[in-house]
Design a protein around this ligand. Structure first.
Ligand code: HEC
Length: 183
């Protein structure tokens, strides 16, 4: 059930952004990036109150796995997300310089408020402050592109079925790849 509503959600987002005008040209994009970094995105001087440790990164990774991987992929670099490049604007690569150039406070602000107008939703009220700050920690320590594979929801049904069966017999626990998507 959950899976179905998730797929519908993704489709709805796709349909919604699909009817927008095509992506802006190079110069305009650069201007937009500068505008976003310097003007629109708040929180520039907010300090991340969570410690920068393996534990907070792992916490952040788990929340990322639940809420963000449907668009950003498990590695934050859109791996295996079929519509990522088709959204307008496309789903950002979180390891790119543009994104890494934001301060922690700005990343937290983006997670809270989303980016308007685009497909990036805001998460205030869904994620606690601490959860959002931990996700920022994870964004600073993203794994190598492709190293975590494709989100389960985008895998072939049969492949996923096989994996599910394997999981029942061989449940290791704690492995992010085995988390079911949920909202
Ligand atoms: C429905 C799809 C979707 C989901 C879910 C989603 N994002 Fe995004 N995200 C986008 C898109 C599309 C962009 C590009 C927006 C832009 O460039 O204006 C984006 C951009 C971003 C950016 C960069 C913004 C910039 O200015 O370049 C960050 C950081 C980000 N997302 C973090 C997250 C986090 C963390 C989560 C989970 C809490 C998340 N996103 C969930 C679609 C999504």
């Amino acid at each position: 059930m959950k899976k179905v509503s998730f797929a519908l959600f993704a489709l709805a987002m796709f349909a919604f952004t699909g009817c927008k005008v095509s992506a802006p040209g190079g110069a305009e994009t650069k201007l937009m990036t500068t505008m976003k970094h310097d003007v629109t995105i708040g929180g520039k001087n907010d300090k991340n109150p969570t410690p920068d440790t393996a534990d907070t990164v792992k916490e952040g990774q788990e929340h990322f796995g639940h809420h963000c991987q449907i668009c950003h992929g498990m590695d934050g670099q859109n791996t295996g997300v079929p519509f990522a490049a088709k959204m307008s604007p496309p789903v950002a690569d979180l390891k790119s310089k543009d994104v890494q150039d934001y301060t922690d406070g700005q990343l937290k602000w983006i997670i809270d408020n989303g980016i308007e107008p685009s497909g990036m939703p805001g998460w205030k009220g869904i994620l606690s402050d601490e959860e959002a700050w931990n996700i920022v920690r994870f964004i600073r320590h993203l794994p190598a592109k492709g190293s975590l594979g494709t989100p389960a929801i985008f895998k072939e049904e049969s492949e996923e079925h096989e994996k599910m069966e394997g999981m029942e017999h061989n449940h290791k626990g704690g492995d992010l790849k085995q988390h079911k998507l949920q909202f």
